[in-house]
Design a protein around this ligand. Sequence first.
Ligand SMILES: [Zn+2]
Length: 286
Amino acid sequence: MSERSRRHEGRFDVVKQDQTCPHHGVSELTWPDLAERDDALLVVPVGATEQHGPHLPLTTDTEIAVALAQRLAETARRGASGVVVAPAVAYGSSGEHQDFPGTLSIGGEALRLLLIELLRSATRTFSCVLLLNAHGGNVPTLAGVIEHQRDEGRDVRVWHANLHGDAHAGRAETSAMLALAPERVRLDQAAAGATAPLGELIGHLRREGVRAVAPNGVLGDPAGASAQEGQALLDGALDELLGAVREWWPGVAGAGAMRIDAEPATPVVAGAPSAADAPVVAEAPA
Ligand SMILES: [Zn+2]
């Protein structure tokens, strides 16, 4: 064997040995890995790229969706089940945040078409596909996508993450990001925004967008946020996710009792109109 091929072999060995990948992401897989099994569940994180106040990264929703998908895959692996995490859909329907620099929205129509084609393709390999959404503005579009996929006979579900906190870039999301990526949270820039209940803000929000209601882009108050609280919120969301997935796809172990539906099982923002009723507010859960 030549020196060169030995070097190559060594490099391939390193790649092959990377079977300890904790996330079972498609970046770790080749096509033969999936050729022999039709029982794997594909999880597609669906997020957004939009302003999250002066203190949180634009990618916050996407990162929360990815984190929950990875944790689901880790839990499933402990149960010897196959959950594969797809690359995230990092752009969503964020028109209500468009007045803030950095918001990169593709709108509901483009998101719908993107997901329909993606699911048509994905279900050629995976019999079960879960859209894991962490952006409230995507909820109405996702409901339509799921309905469409069911009409075409595919077993595709959606699950909406809900941190059960304030609406957008407030204490809940700030805590989550402190748990996930504290080095990218600018706590010195964190400030309260519009703290009135979403139900009171919704009309104004729908008419004029988030900036007219909350000039700093925050719907809530980051005060009191902590990594510990963020971990607890993410753990709670994971429990709900596990419960929902287990009812549908028994391969995964876990606790909880939430259903996965074409419609959000709970209002996206507690105490306010659901995002399905109020797409403009659009911020979810997380
Ligand atoms: Zn968010």
